[in-house]
Every structure is written in C-alpha cells, then in structure tokens.
Design a protein around this ligand. Structure first.
Ligand code: ZN
Length: 199
C-alpha cells in the first residue's frame, strides 16, 4: 500500500505541463500516435485501467506494450495483444509514478471505436490516462491523488476539459470496454480534483 502524501508532495511529484509534456513524468516515447487535426480542440479526458499480465502490478509489461516491445511468450494473455498498436498519453502506476508515452497535443491511440455525445472517434479530441489496475481491485490512494492533480493541470492547459467531460473508457465504448471498472471511485476522484482546483 502507498499511503496518502501531502498536496505539496503531489504537486512536486507531478510537476507542470509545458507544451504537452508533464514535467514529473518519465518520458517514454511511443510511436503509436499521430498528429491531431489542426483545428481540434482537446475537450475530453478519458480514464482507463490496464495491468499486464492482468492484475499483476509493477511489471515493465505495460511500458513494453505501449512501446511495441511486449514479449508475447511471457504470458499466454500476451499472444492476443502483442501485435496491437496502442498507446495512452499517461500511465499512473500503483506507486503514483507517472509515465508519459505521447505528447498531450498529439493523438494517442487509447479509445478505439468510441463516441462521446454523438461524436465518434474520441482519440481525435481526447487525452487518455491509464491507471495501473483492474476493474475489480481497489486503486491506491496515491493514484487518485496523482490523477486528480494531473486532471486539474490538464484542465488549466486545455480549458474545454472539465469534470463533466471526464469519463471512463466504459462510457465512450459501452458494451466493448469496462474500464476503469466498478472499483474506480468517481466520487472520491472528483472530490480530490475539486480540492486541488480550489487551491
Ligand atoms: Zn481503456
């Protein structure tokens, strides 16, 4: 378990956003992205979960997966996904450490077939954050804190993003995706986010 740390510590850990880069994140550049259309306003924040192998935490496999380096022989589950070309902008580990794979101003490949308020192809206009986790396992408190503060920084940088258009992958791809799952405490997340925004 990773306990609660002070708001100051969270702010220091996450850093700031400059030109689409989160300064406190470890930068690992995925090639799974493309440019957004020039006139696109970034107006949606999508929360996901991932763990590789499923429900195993602290492995390097998520990073390998988004970097197209996943060894498909390591786990039977990997055979089905190793060739997928996907990414997310950010990954929040169980420890609260952050990895950035794609510049926020570029188009990461996290949402797949999706729609938000009737608008399809959510990758075009969204930022995707992966929480290291699983639908039915509680997230770490430090992950909520880091995610909430990241969200307030993102909202400051991309003002069309708000609490109202922060959704789960399950909300934009219902029937196909379930993450971040029933274990994700939206109320707690929103409260923390409001607390950071008011400071
Ligand atoms: Zn997802």
């Amino acid at each position: 378990m990773f306990g609660v740390v002070s708001q100051e510590e969270i702010e220091k850990r996450v850093g700031r956003i400059s030109q689409g880069v989160v300064s406190g994140a470890r930068q690992l550049n995925s090639v799974n992205y493309n440019e957004r259309a020039a006139d696109t306003e970034i107006s949606l924040l999508v929360i996901h979960n991932i763990s590789l192998p499923p429900k195993e935490f602290g492995t390097p496999c998520v990073e390998d997966f988004f970097l197209n380096k996943l060894d498909s022989t390591l786990d039977p589950f990997f055979e089905g996904i190793a060739d997928l070309k996907v990414s997310a902008h950010l990954f929040v580990k169980r420890t609260g450490d952050i990895v950035q794979f794609v510049n926020l101003n570029q188009r990461a490949w996290h949402a797949g077939v999706s729609s938000f308020h009737g608008r399809e192809g959510c990758n075009d206009f969204s930022i995707g954050i992966e929480m290291e986790g699983a639908d039915d396992l509680a997230y770490e408190e430090i992950q909520y804190q880091v995610l909430a503060y990241l969200s307030t920084l993102i909202e400051a940088e991309y003002p069309a993003i708000s609490v109202e258009n922060t959704v789960g992958h399950c909300d934009i791809a219902p029937g196909r995706k379930t993450d971040p799952g029933e274990s994700f405490n939206w109320q707690h997340y929103r409260q923390l986010r409001k607390g950071f925004a008011n400071n």
